[in-house]
Design a binder for this molecule. Structure first.
Ligand code: ATP
Length: 227
């Protein structure tokens, strides 16, 4: 029997004007597995993630998520998507903790990170190393704190499909480790991940052998752009 598929990218390309910014790319990811998108600057990682998120359409080929074209899933299955593509839009007068409370209020007390009951706001902040800044406003955070805050808010959504672009950016070694642990926990809890990264340790973790003896994920390597 064929493996179930959460993300299916078939011969997808993206062209802007006359420039092909995403070369022909194909891969499948099953539920609870990862696709780790790697490649040099400008190779098309963000472009590919935007296609998988349904935020953009391929010029050629197809991109499906959760059994439908990705752009359709974006409209009809919003609750199943947790996206971090660029910065997190924030409310300047809500604290870090209040943002997570808002996420929980919007999406309901469902499984988060596969844990029942879902972790409370303070537990999620502790997991992300953000306890110290729980009562600060987004404008008061350092750039690394801002990045972990964005990741924590994204992972606090209950969606089955998590798409994150270079989550390691601006993080020091300790927070990179936490970032890795959070993404691994999401994966081992059964969520599907599509992650673009330049972090070798994150790539190794997300493609390592999981508790079921299978590789947790596949690598999708994009070639260097013509310069
Ligand atoms: N809207 C656009 N119009 C024209 N070119 C674009 C557009 N969006 C992206 N590009 C180009 O597409 C190429 C791939 O960009 P993309 O952001 O996907 O690369 P990346 O692999 O994520 O790079 P990095 O590692 O630097 O984040 C780049 O050369 C970029 O300039």
């Amino acid at each position: 029997m064929a493996e179930p598929v959460t993300v299916s990218v078939r011969a997808a390309t993206r062209t802007h004007g006359t420039v092909e910014v995403l070369e022909e790319t194909s891969f499948d990811v099953g539920p609870g597995r990862a696709a780790v998108v790697v490649g040099p600057n400008g190779s098309g990682k963000t472009t590919l993630l935007r296609l998988v998120a349904g935020a953009d359409l391929p010029t050629r080929g197809t991109v499906e998520t959760l059994g439908a074209p990705a752009a359709e899933t974006r409209q009809t299955r919003r609750d199943e998507l947790a996206l971090l593509l660029g910065g997190l839009p924030t409310y300047p007068d809500l604290t870090v903790a209040e943002h997570l409370t808002l996420v929980a209020a919007a999406w309901g007390p469902r499984h988060v990170l596969g844990r029942t009951p879902a972790p409370g706001v303070d537990e999620a902040l502790a997991d992300a190393g953000l306890t110290r800044v729980r009562d600060q406003y987004p404008g008061e955070l350092s750039s690394g704190e801002t990045q972990m805050f964005a990741l924590a808010c994204t992972l606090y959504r209950p969606g089955a499909l998590v798409i994150v672009d270079e989550p390691e950016q601006r993080l020091d070694a300790g927070w990179r480790r936490r970032c890795r642990d959070l993404l691994l926990a999401a994966l081992d809890a059964g969520r599907t991940l599509v992650v673009a990264t330049h972090d070798h340790d994150l790539r190794a973790a997300l493609t390592s052998v999981g508790p079921d003896g299978q590789a947790r994920g596949v690598e999708v390597a994009l070639a260097a752009p013509q310069r």
